[in-house]
Design a protein. Structure first.
Length: 343
């Protein structure tokens, strides 16, 4: 463990430092026309996880970038989490990452360069685990530390998954429990130690390689990962993209160790309420606990999967082979006045 507490050098933690959804929408308004290409298969129209460009040989290039401020104090672990999170966007498109470039901001007058070395080493360890070449990067002197990757991946066009292609009656599955934003906030406030949030750390360091396998399955109709906008935010993107609504069986939503206790103490990330402000008019049935958990900004969260209901057994068998014991947390339904209903 480092003596330096990295989380004390940043206002946000992990993906909790993302710009709030309402502000992001305002930023993206009236920015001018994009250059258009018939080879661009996925742009930002449906708020998907990455851009996808058809290479013309039945294969497509996936391109993404993701970085954030420290979510844990240990530099090596922070680097691992940030790299895992960045690679996830490629897996969430059904692809395989192969090349990455690092992005590092660091307050050189406040923290020793040896800490930055450990952050990069953590990122390298995850890239090596994923078979990804980390080929360089760019570093700036910054008041707040941040780290992440720009990542390129590859996917057969027929295996490409998007967040906007769910179908009515599809079942929803989530591969990781919720709560990283809440636990990171407790760590930053020194309510919990890193040992006490080890369950969350292990989850954030687990690669979403299952996404590449899901890309091969026709019964998987849509796919995304759950990050800074929380489960509600990313599910709303899926609903809006497919012109559907969804129901969530809250009792079946998996939560990390300690999350219920933190909810009872009203310990939550700042972005939780900013997320809810953006979603409030689109959701019904929310409760005090479900608001805090479903809007909790996730860092390196799980895959949110839309599965053909008739193929549930086949999907569960595939999940078990990949060491997941899952159950459906909800389903897509025909469009309603509210996009999301919490049951």
């Amino acid at each position: 463990m480092n003596e330096v507490k990295l989380t004390q050098f940043s206002r946000g933690s992990g993906c909790g430092c993302k710009v709030a959804p309402a502000i992001l929408e305002e930023i993206l308004k009236n920015t001018g026309e994009n250059f258009q290409s018939e080879n661009l298969l996925v742009g930002n129209e449906t708020k998907d996880d990455a851009a996808v460009y058809d290479l013309g040989n039945s294969t497509a290039l996936i391109s993404t970038v993701d970085f954030f401020t420290p979510i844990v104090n240990d530099a090596f672990t922070y680097g691992k989490i940030a790299a895992t999170n960045a690679l996830s966007d490629v897996y969430a498109m059904g692809g395989k990452p192969f090349l990455a470039i690092a992005i590092l901001g660091f307050p050189t007058e406040k923290i020793s360069a040896s800490i930055a070395q450990q952050i990069i080493a953590g990122g390298k360890s995850i890239c090596a685990q994923a078979g990804v070449v980390l080929a360089g990067g760019h570093t700036i002197d910054s008041p707040e530390p941040f780290f992440g990757l720009a990542v390129n991946g590859i996917v057969p066009v027929k295996n490409l998954k998007q967040n906007s292609t769910a179908r009515e009656r599809d079942l929803l599955f989530l591969t990781k429990p919720l709560g990283t934003g809440m636990l990171a906030t407790a760590l930053k406030r020194e309510i919990l130690s890193e040992n006490e949030i080890q369950h969350a750390v292990d989850s954030m360091c687990a690669l979403n390689t299952f996404g590449e396998e899901l890309g091969k399955q026709e019964f998987v109709h849509a796919l995304t990962d759950v990050t800074g906008f929380g489960l509600l935010g990313h599910l709303i993107e899926m609903c809006e993209g497919a012109n559907l609504s969804a129901e969530i069986d809250y009792a079946k939503v998996p939560l990390m160790n300690g999350v219920k206790d933190l909810c009872a103490k009203f310990v939550y990330a700042d972005n939780t309420m900013r997320n809810w402000k953006a979603y409030e008019s689109k959701v019904q049935g929310i409760g005090s606990e479900s608001l805090l958990t479903l809007c909790d900004p996730q860092t390196s969260g799980g895959l949110l999967i839309a599965v053909d209901a008739q193929s549930e057994k086949e999907f569960l068998s595939l999940a078990a082979k990949n060491n997941f014991q899952l159950e459906s947390i909800g389903k897509f339904i025909s469009p309603k006045e509210k996009l999301i209903s919490i049951l």
